[in-house]
Design a protein. Structure first.
Ligand code: NAP
Length: 492
């Protein structure tokens, strides 16, 4: 070890060797980083299968959470999500516990890894919102045959991930930030991400802002992947397109990612624990090693990050010592031999240059600006979700009768989001789950009060509840004169 490395202050990082091939790829990564004099002191901790087996229901023991909370940094190998016992995913537990809202997944063509897209110069980063959206897992069985999942997206949640994308574009000297969304269909949730993209973009005139509908994004990723630079998107969209993008450059086995929050960051391989090859000296450590290179840049060790990255590029480009997943059939070497080769290549330069990087600064919560309160808020109606086998027309007449002494007037009924009353002539297949929309002629002001409209809602719900099972009620609000709700498909 060089004198400069001895004297350099070391950053403590929690290392989670994880399950399956996890300990092997962690061992390889730490060996390479140690050989490169990375200024890191490792603190080993447990998470995953062993924790589940000894009854830790989250898969992450308290001591591990404490270690990450103290060090604020972790390098994590894959963790098994046990089927049949435990319950939670240990990965999701950590993401949520530390509010690691930004999932950063670089996708870059690597030397020596031949794919149908080789030579196109793919070099993009997908910035995936990591804690909101349908991934919040707020699900209910509404009737015996109708399940619901809430897609919750928030203004601060959208703002901070968009800002993370711009921060990353600045840190990596990238030119374009593309917001990928489904705002054409989900105007309020996905639309919030799109609008926030437009708003935040105005603060970064030096970066080109673009937006694309997510399905076209998937299409363009396959047709013209080299055209993308930074893509920022919601959780579910990001989950899918980041795996797709990883496939363009060689697959999940080589894809790294980071999970960043205001107070902690966890770096990991995208792949899982590959139990079929565990303990056989067959695993490719490239993904975790690449994640550790991201970690080095995160702590400002740019030179060492580049040295390790260049050694990896040289090893891959030479192609003589590749693990079985990358080498021609029968010509693969083991994890250990690959690791030794990367170590032997430390100090060598590859024809493929590393990008230039600065530290990525996330905008901390108090600095977020978009979460402005509306000055005027009104209650204009309610949707009542109820269960019945009645036909739409009979249901409409019954609800009109039940609501005749209420200020809320039935304006329509929808089934799975399609207007079915008043009759439209459409051929909607009806399930036993209807949304009845009742509007007020005169809205209630909700400014400075939480009780406006409550007795009237209670009266109506009681009347409807005397005849039907209702599941939930949704208030229809107007914020500063703008409807905070959508109309069902086909409503006249
Ligand atoms: P996987 O572990 O990624 O493995 C799928 C296949 O990919 C393996 O069988 C292996 O294929 C290949 N592979 C993956 N990583 C490799 C590497 N580093 N080197 C060489 N080959 C590699 O996916 P899975 O089988 O669906 O999941 C297994 C477990 O991992 C599950 O318990 C799952 O919950 C967990 N998981 C954890 C994470 C995480 O911690 N972030 C992510 C995903 C999955 P061959 O058959 O060709 O050898």
């Amino acid at each position: 070890m060089s004198a400069s490395a001895d004297t350099q202050a070391k950053t403590k990082v929690t290392a989670l060797p994880g399950d399956g091939i996890g300990p092997e790829v962690m061992d390889a990564t730490i060996k390479i980083l140690t050989a490169a004099n990375a200024p890191i002191e490792w603190e080993f901790a447990e998470a995953g299968a062993k924790a589940f087996e000894r009854g830790v229901v989250t898969g992450v023991p308290r001591e591990t959470l404490d270690s990450i909370a103290t060090n604020k940094l972790a390098l994590k190998s894959p963790l098994e999500t046990p089927i049949g016992y435990g319950g939670k995913s240990a990965n999701v537990t950590m993401r949520k516990f530390f509010e690691l809202y930004a999932n950063i997944r670089p996708v870059r063509e690597l030397p020596g890894i031949a794919t149908p897209f080789s030579g196109r110069g793919i070099d993009m980063v997908i910035v995936r919102e990591n804690v909101e959206d349908v991934y919040a897992g707020i699900e209910h069985m509404e009737t015996t045959g109708v399940a619901q999942c809430l897609k919750l997206m928030t203004a601060p949640g959208c703002e901070r991930i968009i800002r993370a994308a711009y921060g990353l574009a600045l840190a990596e000297e990238r030119q374009t930030v593309t917001v990928a969304h489904k705002a054409n269909i989900m105007k309020l949730t996905e639309g919030m991400m799109k609008r926030m993209g437009e708003k935040v973009a105005r603060e970064f005139p030096g970066i080109r802002a673009s937006q694309i509908i997510i399905d076209n994004c998937a299409h363009q990723l396959v047709i013209k992947p080299e055209a993308f630079d930074v893509i920022v998107t919601s959780n579910m969209n990001g989950d899918i397109i980041s795996d797709l993008a990883a496939g363009l450059v060689g697959g999940l086995g080589i894809a790294p990612s980071s999970n960043l929050g205001d107070n902690a960051a966890i770096f990991e391989a995208v792949h899982g624990s590959a139990p079929d090859i565990a303990g056989k000296d067959m695993a490719n450590p490239t993904a975790l090693l690449s994640a550790s290179i991201m970690l080095l840049r995160h702590i400002g060790a740019f030179d060492i990050a580049e040295t390790v990255e260049q050694a990896l590029f040289v090893t891959l480009a030479e192609g003589r010592n590749l693990t079985g997943d990358l080498a021609p059939r029968g010509h693969g070497v083991g994890t250990k031999a690959f690791t030794d080769q990367v170590i032997a290549n430390l100090g060598r330069a590859s024809a493929m240059r590393s990008r230039s990087y600065k530290k990525l600064e996330l905008a901390a919560w108090p600095k977020l600006t978009a979460h402005a309160e509306p000055t005027d808020r009104e209650l204009v109606g309610i949707d009542i979700f109820l269960e019945t086998d009645m036909g739409a027309e009979q249901l409409g007449k019954t609800l009109e009768e039940l609501s005749k002494y209420s200020p809320f007037k039935l304006t329509g009924i929808s089934n799975r989001g399609v207007s079915v009353y008043p009759p439209t002539g459409g051929e909607t297949f009806l399930v036993d789950h209807f949304a009845a929309r009742f509007m007020l002629d005169t809205p209630f002001s909700l400014n400075n009060t939480t009780t406006a409209g409550q007795p009237e809602i209670s009266y109506l719900v009681q009347r409807i509840g005397s005849k039907f099972t209702w599941m939930h009620i949704e208030k229809l609000q107007r914020f500063d004169g703008k409807d905070g709700f959508e109309r069902p498909q086909g409503e006249g």
